[in-house]
Design a protein around this ligand. Structure first.
Ligand code: ADP
Ligand code: MG
Length: 284
């Protein structure tokens, strides 16, 4: 069971009981369902101190905690508690029972435009909030967008701040992220900022509406070359039914030059979000 994962009699173990259910795994972590003394169900991200952790990983963990503690937004997961114990670090996080958006897309194949619009609006709203505070997420992808409930396709929250960073006007140069979602300026080794999240957001919108990723190649060198050139297409077979407004929004996010890419607040004012009542009526 997961019982042995708790440092016995520790502060964590006195407040939370780990259940025998794994919610997910990441590079260094296992996320396990737990119940607090007060009966609240939470997700606990357990990071083992077994020696694989480098100093830079420990630093990012503390940054993840600091960033999560500094934010308060309805579409960003809440961090309830953080424990630094003998064998593990534990983060008690708001439970997202619907799992990863990634799994939901796989199940649905793709989102219809109205559903995608609701979801993207939420994502952009959370990004505008973060970017306004000088915070870059740096690992936006459907695996890190979690759904509150198994019965609702839109109630998403942004999670996994493992690469997040407060930039405070400075720019960053660390190479990180996930291949298919990473922005060209990161691959080119340039200084970068909050615009990298907008690139990943463009990739996510493409996947939501198209049902497959804009940049794909089993060979990383080829994949990176395509990303650096924004070499992607709206294959008519999958995109004929999609509105020109949606494609235009994607085009303005997947822009190689970060200075010309839409910001989150600009994207929220894009015509794709300006839906009149006629659409709502005709869909019902
Ligand atoms: P990593 O930084 O190791 O990728 P994440 O924070 O992304 O860790 O968590 C890994 C996975 O665990 C997620 O992709 C998700 O499936 C699951 N998970 C994480 N946080 C929660 C949560 N609050 N509620 C439910 N599942 C979660
Ligand atoms: Mg993750």
């Amino acid at each position: 069971g997961s019982g042995e994962r708790a440092d016995a009699n520790s502060e964590f173990a006195r407040k939370y009981n780990l259940d025998d259910k794994e919610l997910g795994t990441g590079a260094f972590s296992r996320v396990i369902l737990a119940t607090s003394n007060e009966g609240t169900k939470v997700a606990v991200k357990c990071i083992s101190k077994n020696g694989e952790l480098k100093q830079e990983d420990i630093d990012s963990l503390h940054e993840e905690v600091a960033v999560l503690r500094s934010v308060d937004h309805p579409n960003i997961v809440k961090l309830y508690d953080f424990f630094d114990e003998k064998r593990y670090y534990y983060m008690a996080i708001e439970l997202m029972e619907g799992g990863e958006l990634f799994e939901r897309i796989v199940k649905k194949t793709f989102y219809n435009e109205m559903d995608a619009r609701g979801l993207v609006r939420i994502l952009l709203d959370a990004l505008a909030y973060l970017h306004h505070r000088g915070i870059v997420h740096r690992d936006l992808k459907p695996e890190n967008l979690l759904l509150k409930s198994p019965f609702n396709d839109f109630d998403i929250k942004l999670a996994d701040f493992g690469f997040a960073k407060k930039v405070e006007g400075k720019s960053l140069d660390t190479q990180c992220g996930t291949p298919g979602y990473v922005a060209p300026e990161i691959l080119k080794g340039k200084k970068y900022g909050t615009a990298v999240d907008m690139w990943s957001c463009g990739v996510i919108v493409y996947i939501l509406l198209g049902g497959y990723p804009p940049f794909h190649d089993d060979n990383h060198a080829v994949l990176y070359r395509k990303i650096k050139a924004a070499d992607y297409a709206f294959d008519p077979q999958y995109w004929d039914q999609v509105s020109d407004d949606a494609k235009d929004l994607i085009k303005k996010m997947l822009v190689v030059d970060p200075d010309k890419r839409l910001t989150a607040s600009q994207a929220l004012r894009h015509p794709w979000f300006m839906v009149g009542d006629h659409e709502l009526i005709s869909r019902n």
